[in-house]
Design a protein around this ligand. Structure first.
Ligand code: ZN
Length: 276
């Protein structure tokens, strides 16, 4: 939730010594001031995330049960769990100035604002989620972790682990599945592209040691082992559920689809070609 650098700086501040306090917070409500710092409490009430913070191996100096490094008065963490979708809003008399804003995504949410990029991102995540293509609960768990992932508009799709940021083009892609020396061509939606990038974030947070090791490890077919992992473990199963193209490599070509949920190109729409 809080910036990594801040987190490092405050890592030596006071921290509750006993995890017991956290798992039995209800008894402690009257004795502590922690009650209203809802995020972790939510988690422990759901009893699913009452475990070591997935970021703990990124910050070994922190006790894994520390709440915003146990400095809650200064660093209030009201939501504690966010997929932030960023957009720019024009401001000022001549509307020359842009201000960066974001909305917080939750599965199934409805976006009523006017920004196209936000609308596309929300629709895409909802689409994957509602079609039961949220393989391994990546979307659900990304929303539930104490770390933030940012989604920002870009010309291509990639994940920047130094910024916990997904850059997303909203575009679909053409896939190539190599079999017996030839390629079977397929199509993937922009939504699946976003899911792919979320897969990298998910591994960065929940399988961090593996992610760090494999992001630079060369793979003959997939460029990097990290790509093989995301494609084989998340992208492909989701593509099969959504009846979209699959690939056994890291290769793809941009596909200008009519919208991020579709694999239909503008040309096909124009010529009324049946959707693949
Ligand atoms: Zn990737």
């Amino acid at each position: 939730m809080i910036d990594a650098i801040v987190r490092h700086y405050i890592s030596h501040t006071f921290c509750l010594e006993n995890n017991y306090h956290y798992s039995n917070y209800k008894e402690l409500d009257n004795e502590t001031n922690y009650t209203y710092f809802g995020a972790r409490y939510y988690d422990s009430e759901l009893s699913v995330w009452l475990s070591v913070d997935p970021m703990s191996d990124k910050y070994p100096s922190l006790s894994p049960y520390c709440y915003t490094a146990d400095n809650p008065v200064v660093l209030v963490d009201p939501n504690g769990n966010e997929i932030r979708i960023y957009y720019k809003e024009k401001k000022g008399i001549s509307r020359l100035f842009e201000r960066s804003k974001y909305i917080t995504y939750t599965p199934g949410m409805k976006y009523t604002g006017e920004n196209n990029f936000v609308s596309n991102a929300v629709d895409s995540l909802n689409y994957i989620y509602n079609k039961n293509a949220d393989v391994e609960g990546i979307i659900q768990q990304s929303v539930a972790t104490s770390e933030i992932v940012n989604v920002k508009k870009s010309f291509s799709d990639y994940y920047d682990d130094s910024k916990n940021t997904i850059y997303w083009s909203t575009k679909g892609m053409k896939t190539f599945y190599k079999i017996n020396g030839t390629y079977e061509v397929g199509k993937q939606s922009g939504a699946l592209g976003l899911f792919h990038e979320l897969g990298h974030f998910y591994r960065d947070i929940f399988k961090h040691d593996e992610f760090e090791k494999e992001k630079n490890m060369i793979d003959q077919d997939y460029d990097f082992v990290e790509e093989r992992r995301v494609i084989e473990e998340y992208e492909t199963p989701a593509a099969i559920i959504l009846n979209q193209g699959i690939r056994n490599n890291h290769w793809a070509k941009i596909l200008n689809t009519v919208d991020p949920l579709s694999t239909k190109t503008r040309k096909e729409q124009k010529n009324n070609v049946p959707m693949l």
